[in-house]
Design a protein around this ligand. Structure first.
Ligand SMILES: C[S@@+](CC[C@H](N)C(=O)[O-])C[C@H]1O[C@@H](n2cnc3c(N)ncnc32)[C@H](O)[C@@H]1O
Ligand code: SF4
Ligand code: SF4
Length: 512
């Protein structure tokens, strides 16, 4: 029934499938069976389709979808978010379907419908955020990774001492019961003292019925405690778990993460085996590497290690470049590695970074691994590097001089003055301030991962609704409605900021 109506709805339009994974492959075959040959796949990062036989099919970036196209969404968890992206690109409900029919406008809840009326229109939100809820289940950690500013800050504040307070879900219960995706970490280790279970166990009574996805990053060291693996395998919701490993051998792992490489490898192997034995097919199990000068050259090898372990997806991001705060107090030395952001940040090694990322992409393609290269590489490493007023040599970071550091500081100052007092038009509107929310361990509320320091309120001081519609929250939404990048978003590395700033700079260059 759905399939037949889909054929009528599509008519003679070119068809694109949003999602190049397993659901995308099923949609491709299903459409072919209807006599429709899709023009290509769409994805927010250009990757080869997961199935080998579909590798030759084109993959387009969302902004490149032809205006007359019909889009079939083929995703498990993010159907709603993709729908919002499409709305933003001018695709109405008459030109979008979801493979299998779920996610169509007629099937949305009343809250979803209200949200669709409010998004990009109203600075005040009566709807409950219904896409992604991110909770900082723990802000402490069992490790102290050499590059992790969060944990250094946590220790600096003495937070790691004393008992771990439980995450208080009571003030956000309506949001917990509404959102489609739940993310269980921001900074600390979500498996520390079973922190994730403080949130997940009380949800068991409702069968987690609103959730289409549960996600978290973990260092994986504590998986072998508290029956974590077995309990995770029983959750009736698709899981996205990203294991942060960063290294391909015990020595580098010890230098970076200060812990036992064998333990994390053993834990990941056991989790993969238990999940397979449980017949879990809808999870997205990933291994990730946060790259900096110390470990970037191991990255192609990291792809091979991921393949050998049985992972299908690898994620990489560069270390954050120059924290907003002054982290000079937060230096750490271990096993002969003296960590200094000014020596390790990949902004200083753009050619090396590009070469290794290209090598890793080729290796991933060869092995059929989904490699997700974070926007931050393009946004921050490549583009800002081009803006630096001096060329940086590849490698030899030990030779970094005080003079270079000074130039780096001048470049940072320039980055700020360049946009000071200027409103940057948004190339594509961001829907997150209407749909997503993050809650920090101490109750701080913000709209997305990148705005962690730009709080809109605190649920320990006032009800959630007060934060959700606080003056700052309304102003951020109003800026977006008016078509401008909110000030708060200006120094982030998200794709909306990137597209907007790049377009703005290009226009400014043409004016010169
Ligand atoms: C802060 S951790 C929290 C979750 C968990 N403890 C873990 O390590 O996966 C989240 C992610 O941030 C990454 N990360 C740590 N330090 C970073 C830095 N300086 N810049 C960018 N990402 C960083 C970690 O490697 C990890 O993948
Ligand atoms: S395990 Fe995660 S939170 Fe802990 S120190 Fe390492 S990166 Fe930071
Ligand atoms: S930082 Fe980026 S993702 Fe976050 S609200 Fe701003 S534009 Fe949206």
């Amino acid at each position: 029934m759905f399939v037949e109506s889909l054929k009528d709805r599509i008519g003679s339009r070119p068809v694109y499938i949003w999602g190049a994974g397993e659901v995308g492959a099923a949609a491709y075959e299903g459409l072919r069976a209807l006599g429709i040959t899709p023009e290509g796949f769409v994805d927010t990062y250009l990757r080869a389709p997961l199935r080998e036989e579909l590798r030759a099919v084109a993959v387009a970036y969302p902004t490149d979808i032809p205006a007359n196209a019909y889009v079939v969404i083929a995703a498990r968890a993010s159907v709603y978010a993709i729908m919002l992206e499409l709305m933003n690109l001018g695709f109405g409900s008459d030109r979008v379907s979801s493979w299998g029919g779920q996610g169509e406008h007629s099937l949305l809840s009343d809250n979803d419908k209200l949200l669709l009326q409010e998004v990009f229109v109203s600075p005040v939100c009566k709807s409950i955020p219904s896409n992604v809820l991110t909770l900082e289940t723990s802000d402490r950690c069992n490790l102290l990774c050499i590059m992790c500013g969060y944990q250094k800050l946590c220790r600096h504040k003495g937070l790691h001492k004393g008992p771990e307070p439980k995450f208080d879900c009571a003030p956000i219960e309506p949001v917990l019961k509404t959102v489609k995706s739940l993310v269980l970490n921001i900074a600390g280790e979500p498996l520390l003292k079973g922190a994730i279970w403080d949130v997940l166990d009380p949800m068991e009574k409702d069968g987690y019925s609103n959730l289409k996805s549960i996600q978290f990053h973990t260092n994986g060291q504590l998986l072998d405690e508290n029956d974590n693996i077995e309990r995770l395998a029983k959750l009736p919701v698709p899981l996205t778990i990203s294991f942060s490993v960063d290294a391909v051998n015990a020595e580098t792992y010890r230098r970076i993460r200060g812990a036992d490489f064998g333990r994390v490898i053993g834990n990941m192997k056991r989790l993969l085996a238990v999940f397979e034995a449980a017949g879990r097919k809808d999870d997205n199990l990933q291994i990730n590497a946060t790259l900096f000068r110390e470990n970037i050259e191991q990255f192609p090898e990291f792809i091979r290690m991921a393949y050998d372990l049985g992972f299908k997806t690898v994620i990489t991001r560069p270390i954050a470049y120059r924290y907003e705060n002054d982290y000079s107090w937060a230096r750490l030395s271990r096993e002969g590695l003296d960590y200094d952001n000014d020596q390790q940040a990949l902004q200083y090694y753009p050619q090396l970074t590009k070469r290794i990322i290209e090598e890793a992409k080729a290796e991933a393609e060869r092995l059929g691994i989904h490699l997700y290269v974070d926007d931050a590489f393009e946004v921050s490493v490549y583009s800002d590097a081009e803006d630096l007023p001096y060329p940086m040599p590849v490698g030899d970071f030990k030779a970094m001089t005080a003079d270079r550091k000074k130039k780096g500081e001048e470049a940072s100052a320039m980055a700020v003055s360049r946009t000071e007092g200027v409103r940057i038009p948004m190339k594509r509107k961001c829907y997150r301030p209407w749909t997503d929310v993050s809650i920090q361990k101490d109750g701080g509320v913000c709209m997305c991962l990148w705005l962690a320091g730009k709080l809109i309120g605190n649920i320990n001081d006032a009800p959630f609704e007060d934060a959700w519609n606080s003056p700052r929250a309304q102003r951020i939404r109003q800026d977006i409605i008016d078509g401008f990048l909110p000030d708060e978003c200006e120094n982030t590395v998200c794709k909306y900021r990137h597209e907007s700033v790049m377009a703005y700079r290009l226009a400014a260059k043409h004016e010169l």
